[in-house]
Design a protein around this ligand. Sequence first.
Ligand SMILES: [Zn+2]
Length: 99
Amino acid sequence: MLQCQRCLEDVAVGVRSHSRFRLVPAGEEWGDQDLDDDSYEALELEGLLDVRTLIEDEVLLSLPAIALHEQCSPPGAGADADVAKPSPFAELGRLKQGK
Ligand SMILES: [Zn+2]
């Protein structure tokens, strides 16, 4: 769940991520192909792999910078708000003045 940047309500965001890792035990030489091959990421491993943290990092990297519902309205944009809707430029001027 993220916050929709338009209506500020919760929005469910699906994440699909495919990642390949090559685990390199700490202290072991990294082959040159580990640095050249972009099809996987080489990870130095000290002790056990923390899969939970690894997945969390991958999910965070996969999240969109801005979450929006496909269709929603800004807060307060009901039927009567449409009548007195300020022009976008007036709104921008207001924001610029910091009011
Ligand atoms: Zn929304």
